[in-house]
Design a protein around this ligand. Structure first.
Ligand code: CTP
Length: 405
């Protein structure tokens, strides 16, 4: 699986740097190419000679070779690699990665890399738990980086707790899993509808009723589905996000009514629909043609209910179609999500609670619980919306498998 893959291994200065010798050996044994970049401090923990011998390439530390001035291009390295692994990632290095402090070759390469980045933190348990470290890790997740959780156990300090860098075998297995997933086209031939973003309900020519949805989750889903071979119809409310995958057909709408029309009229041709949009439940009964002028102290705008798009697709759904909903709750999250699952005839519902920090609208991360129609509950950790999309799409694939689709 890793045969011919090109990796940049960025080693920062932590005692776990010794594990990079084994990590490099394993990668090379799999047929991968490894370019090692070390920080100056990392050289104190493991010698450049060891790493150069195992990787079969000179290691890089400086921006240029002081002997002859040859430039070590971080841009070229960043473009060359299929993935970058930062291991061990110290608190200092993660802080720099999270904040763009580009004072060494490892960080400039990270900032230039277009490939997926895996980060394997290592540090003492108190440093690991410190809010600044946790915040930096959340930021890195929100950039779409893949955090490889450290293990708990005896640390170099003698303290016991979480902070041991994942073992080389675990890192290699996560890399394999990533590439297997990326390269398998398990949704080829499937047509999938995704609704995303908010809707805007016109009050008058200059005002609307809207919500804080950014569309990020729905767009991440569309990208993940498309990259796994599905033909995606993305019905999107107003959102400032670009889509570039050729498998995505994007239909821009503004109101709940338009979203409903575009979704319902296409549903019969779909194998699945994921209802990720934050659709307005009410719209003004009358949309004023002229700007409403300020008059009395109070103003009432009469609203009428919009179509519940998910519920209407749930009514039309055949046994061979999969319908997925989202629920954003602020109270009684589980009970409310279960009610929506039943009422809308969904195959599963993705619950995010606004009580969870880092979850919900506008953030780059999300923390979800998936409840399926058999009431099986799966809880997931806080992840980037890109990684959450992988979990949701995996669940969808399982549904197709269960219905023989
Ligand atoms: N939904 C929809 N059309 C609507 C309202 C909601 O398709 N008019 C979909 C959402 O895209 C989501 C699911 O229904 O997948 C649940 O949406 P949510 O707003 O959480 O629930 P509501 O049914 O609107 O209930 P409430 O607002 O009372 O919580």
């Amino acid at each position: 699986m890793l045969q011919g893959k090109k990796f940049i291994l960025g080693i920062s200065g932590g005692i776990a740097a010794y594990k990079c010798a084994q990590l490099t050996r394993l990668l090379v044994k799999e047929g991968a190419e490894v370019q090692v970049i070390m920080t100056k401090l990392a050289k104190q923990f493991i010698t450049p000679l060891t790493m150069a011998t195992l990787s079969k390439r000179p290691i890089l530390v400086e921006f240029f070779d002081p002997e002859n001035g040859a430039w070590n291009s971080h841009v070229d390295s960043g473009l060359w690699a299929d993935a970058m692994i930062v291991a061990p990632a110290t608190a200092n290095t993660m802080g720099k990665m999270a904040n763009g402090i580009a004072d060494n070759l490892l960080i400039t390469t990270y900032l230039s890399a277009r490939c997926p980045v895996f980060v394997a933190p290592t540090m003492d348990l108190d440093m690991y738990q410190h809010p600044s470290t946790q915040r930096n890790m959340d930021t890195l997740r929100s950039y779409g980086n893949h955090l490889i959780e450290p293990n708990a156990g005896e640390l170099a300090s003698g303290l016991i707790g979480k902070g041991r860098m994942a073992e080389p075998e675990e890192i290699v297995s996560q890399l394999k899993e990533f590439f297997v997933r990326r390269e398998k086209q398990d949704l080829t031939g499937k047509n999938i509808l995704v609704t995303a973003g908010p809707t805007h309900e016109k009050i008058d020519p200059v005002r609307f009723i809207g919500n804080y949805s950014s569309g990020k989750m729905g767009y991440a889903l569309a990208e993940e589905l498309a990259s796994r071979g599905a033909r995606v119809t993305l019905v999107s409310g107003p959102a400032q996000i670009k889509t570039c995958h050729p498998n995505i057909e994007r239909i821009d709408v503004v109101s709940a009514e338009e979203m409903s029309y575009e979704s319902r009229s296409r549903f019969s041709q779909m194998n699945a629909a994921i209802m990720c949009a934050a659709v307005a439940d009410y719209t003004p009964l009358v949309k004023a043609n002229e700007k409403i002028k300020r008059k009395e102290d109070e103003l009432s705008v009469k609203l009428k209910a919009t179509t519940d798009i998910a519920a209407s697709l749930g009514k039309d759904k055949s046994d061979k179609q999969v319908l997925v909903g989202f629920a954003l709750e602020t109270q009684d999250a589980m009970a409310n999500a279960q009610k929506k699952l039943e009422k809308k005839n969904l195959d599963f519902i993705v619950l995010n609670s606004l009580k969870d920090e880092g979850a919900g609208f506008n953030s780059d991360t999300n923390k979800i619980t998936i409840i399926n129609k058999h009431n099986k509950v799966k809880e997931f950790a806080l992840k980037s919306k890109t990684d959450v999309a992988v979990d949701v799409v995996d669940e969808l694939v399982e549904c197709f498998f269960n219905i023989g689709g």
